[in-house]
Design a protein around this ligand. Structure first.
Ligand SMILES: Nc1nc2c(c(=O)[nH]1)N[C@H]1C(S)=C(S)[C@@H](COP(=O)(O)O)O[C@H]1N2
Ligand SMILES: [Mo]
Length: 530
């Protein structure tokens, strides 16, 4: 009888201790959220730890994450952090039942990790970024100490001897403290969230206030024949909400265009320049069709999109700053573009100044840049993968050399220079599709930005290469659609595509991984014809 009762009490206390750990963790995070509203939203612990984790992720793992979770990779990471923290919190609670001080110390240790992560982020504003984690951890540690106290201290009833029966602990006191803590934490978290949301409202308002001027140099209209009418092909122009997104930002930066500034400075700059958003809008704008793609795109992958961009010609700004390309004696061969979240991307000065339409874009498909695509201003260089050219939320352009500085991805094993490789993709039929025998329209896209696509060929099984019909080319900086009417016979077949770029070079068969400078090889699709 007694044994049973003790066991049950121990079990309940153990469970409540675990719950105390969870409550302490919850309090720590919500208090941190509240404090981060006073510091900056990005300094909240989950964001900071997540960001630091992304920074330390090896190239292979990052690729794995993009492959498996796609654009949900950040959500998966945040969930992972929260679940891990919850498990630790439960364990710390149980530990605290035996070692009350050690439990609280463990909560503080987590706070130190969070603070260190926040301070070490590239966009950190200094030691204040550690405050949310530290203050949160202190709140969590104190709460755990108090709650565990209720679980270990016998209840005192005034005027009576200490009660040793009924499990010997203060059940009522615990429940009151726990409920109060849960309520207070929820309020702290809600207030913190609201305040953090408010800081982005100026940015949202500034974006809504933008009227993009008509471009001084409009894009040629896309020829009607650039879009094939084959079901299963993506539209030539990717709608903004369908455009792929790849970046390291756990929280999308919300920049107020009214306070945004861009600085141009560094090696070979005769005079430093600074621009406001309005300064850029007041300049003659160019409008261009440019297809952007990611170095992490596998053969046949989805990380490519096409849009009509509007912006300022970057070489004009550089010339105004007195910059010369290396081929004309310029001292700097690399541009480091820095974003508000501390990302750095390195681009060859020569490419930006060789006459191509490298730009600081302010508009995408007729609207101001969406926040996820870099509002207020991003860089674009036709022909280069995004990670060496397409800096979103840009705020600083520094001229330097490839010898002197390695940008973010280069420090993580990616190549210093990365022109886009000639690629082609079969969009229809889909892999393992079951088309009917007869004429099947095989179709897809091919791209070799800034060189253009001259030819696309299709091979059925081990047969000869046959030319596909090319859609009209828009410009050399855009992708090109193609189609091939295939006389499909029943049975299993493998369709393979390869492209030839505008210089006459045939897309290589050699399969390479995405690291270090982009995947190569032919895209194949296996189908079974009924
Ligand atoms: N600030 C910032 N800019 C960035 C990145 C980033 O992580 N941070 N990622 C780059 C990469 S790898 C690519 S492929 C493109 C993707 O642009 P999108 O998300 O608008 O498609 O943005 C580039 N610009
Ligand atoms: Mo990328």
């Amino acid at each position: 009888m007694t044994t049973v009762r003790i066991t049950r009490t121990a079990l309940t206390r153990g469970t409540l201790a675990a719950l105390s750990g969870l409550l302490a963790g919850f309090a720590a995070l919500t208090v941190a959220e509240l404090v981060s509203a006073a510091v900056r939203p990005e300094a909240s612990p989950v964001t900071a730890v997540g960001g630091a984790a992304i920074d330390r992720t090896p190239a292979g793992v990052k690729d794995f994450a993009i492959r498996n979770f796609g654009e949900n990779d950040k959500l998966v990471l945040q969930l992972g952090i929260v679940v891990t923290l919850a498990l630790f919190a439960l364990a710390v609670g149980v530990l605290a039942l035996r070692y009350r001080r050690t439990g609280s110390a463990a909560v503080l240790a987590f706070g130190v990790v969070g603070a260190a992560s926040a301070v070490s982020r590239p966009d950190s504003t200094g030691v204040v970024d550690g405050l949310p984690s530290l203050v949160g951890a202190v709140a969590g540690a104190v709460l755990l100490y108090v709650l565990i106290g209720r679980l270990t201290r016998p209840r005192r009833i005034p005027g009576e001897e200490q009660e040793e029966n009924e499990g010997g602990w203060d059940r009522r006191g615990f429940l009151i403290a726990a409920t109060a803590a849960a309520a207070a934490s929820t309020v702290a978290g809600a207030v913190g969230r609201t305040l953090n949301g408010r800081s982005s409202q100026n940015a949202v308002a500034s974006r809504e206030g933008v009227r993009l001027p008509a471009p001084a140099s409009p894009a040629e209209p896309i020829p009607a024949g650039a879009q094939l009418r084959v079901p299963g092909l993506p539209p030539f122009t990717t709608p903004n909400n369908k455009f792929y997104r790849v970046d390291t930002a756990l929280v999308v930066p919300k920049v107020d265009a009214n306070t945004w500034r861009l600085r141009i400075h560094g090696k070979g700059v005769r005079r430093d320049l600074e621009f406001s958003y309005q300064d850029l809008l007041d300049r003659p704008l160019i409008e261009r069709e440019i297809t952007l793609c990611c170095v992490s795109n596998e053969v046949g992958g989805p990380y490519i999109g096409h849009a009509r961009w509007i912006g300022v010609r970057l070489s004009d700004l550089l010339k105004e700053a007195g910059v010369k390309p290396p081929s004309r004696g310029g001292k700097a061969d690399q541009i480091i573009a820095r974003s508000v979240d501390g990302m750095t991307l390195g681009t060859p000065v020569e490419d930006v100044m060789d006459g191509r339409d490298a730009m600081l874009a302010v508009g995408m498909n007729g609207e101001p840049l969406p926040f996820v695509h870099g509002f207020p201003v991003r860089m674009l260089v036709p022909g280069l993968y995004g990670y060496v050219s397409a800096c979103k939320w840009i705020e600083d352009i520094e001229l330097t050399t490839f010898d002197d500085y390695d940008a973010y991805w280069v420090k993580r094993k990616w190549a210093r220079k990365a022109p886009i490789k000639t690629q082609s993709r079969i969009d229809t039929p889909k892999p393992f599709g079951r088309p009917e025998a007869g004429t099947v329209m095989v179709a897809g896209v091919a791209w070799a930005q800034h060189r253009g696509i001259e030819k696309v060929e299709i091979r059925v099984d081990d047969g000869p290469w046959r030319p596909a019909q090319l859609a009209e080319q828009d410009t050399v900086d855009t992708w090109r659609q193609w189609s091939y009417p295939w006389k499909a016979t029943p049975g299993g077949h493998t369709l393979t595509v390869r492209a030839t770029d505008g210089t006459g070079e045939v897309q290589t068969e050699k399969r390479t991984k995405t690291v270090p400078d982009g995947a190569s090889g032919w895209h194949s699709v296996v189908v079974s014809v009924d």
